[in-house]
Design a protein around this ligand. Structure first.
Ligand code: F3S
Length: 277
């Protein structure tokens, strides 16, 4: 049996930086709070809570003096609240998300409309919409794009983790709906590389394992992409989730990839389990 591991798998630059910096802060500070879970991965959350880093849902719940803004970013209302409460803020918003905030804020300065391609309830999207100064819409699929009203002008941008094909598929509909459309592809490089590599790998193996948190949106997207190409794709959080006999049934070749919020140790555990067969 051959086991191939995607080169771009596991923690992306933004998540790695957020986890490392939060851990560094925990060396000197007590009771560090993050606004929302730092990463959508239960294994990482467990390790962070062991060193005193816990998630809260709003600044008013922060138990200590220090708060971490995770890579997903937040809207200006959250910064204002943190300031009012006088909390020490460690801002670990991913630079790609920061760029998206700037693009959206600049374009909507005069009240112009923003269309954001992504999931309306994802924290990155919720935070980004906070930077819009005019009307905004979120569009998750073609049907939602078709349901938009006709507009004179608008900006189209994307959640950083949207698969490129989805953005490309939705864009022509937006061009039909908006007479003067400014399109900004704000998908991050880590997402593009992971998705591209996962597609190539899924097309060349008998079975795929996607490692990551079940609540992680980028891991789910990766799983959906692989599954559409290789029907024998399984999403697992850890090695223990791999059903007994998986490697025996799909014994020819197995590909392994992992979401941007998956720590190296989870990926390694799964690779070891498969290569030890
Ligand atoms: Fe940043 Fe992209 Fe990761 S936006 S947090 S590098 S998935």
């Amino acid at each position: 049996m051959s086991v191939q591991v995607a080169r771009h798998a596991g923690f992306c630059m933004g998540v790695r930086r957020a986890v490392l910096e939060a851990m560094k802060a925990a060396d000197t500070e007590k009771d560090i709070a993050t606004i929302g879970e730092l990463v959508h991965n239960p294994e990482v959350i467990r390790k962070l809570s062991e060193i005193g880093i816990h998630a809260v849902t709003s600044p008013s719940e922060v138990p200590g003096r220090t708060v971490v803004i995770r890579s997903h970013g937040v809207g200006p209302d959250v910064y204002r609240e943190l300031d009012t409460l006088g909390l020490k803020t460690i801002d670990l918003t991913c630079p790609y998300v920061q760029k998206l905030h700037t693009i959206v804020a600049r374009y909507s300065e005069t009240g112009r409309t923003v269309i954001l391609v992504g999931s309306a309830d994802h924290p990155e999207v919720v935070g980004t919409l906070g930077w819009c100064k005019g009307r905004f819409y979120t569009v998750h699929d073609l049907a939602q794009a078709e349901a938009l009203p006709e507009m004179d002008e608008a900006l189209a941008a994307s959640q950083t983790t949207v698969p490129h094909e989805e953005w490309e598929a939705i864009l022509p509909v937006l061009r039909r709906k908006v007479r003067q459309l400014t399109a900004e592809d704000t998908i991050c490089t880590a997402t593009v590389l992971r998705q591209k590599e996962a597609r190539t790998l899924a097309a060349s193996v008998d079975a795929m394992l996607v490692v990551g948190g079940l609540d992680s949106s980028n891991t789910r997207r990766l799983y959906e992409t692989c599954k559409s190409i290789c029907p024998r794709t399984l999403l697992v959080e850890r090695a223990a989730d791999i059903p007994p006999g998986f490697a025996d049934i799909h014994s020819e070749s197995i590909g392994i990839t992992a979401g941007a919020s998956t720590p190296d140790w989870s990926l390694k555990e799964v690779v070891t389990r498969m290569t030890d067969k």
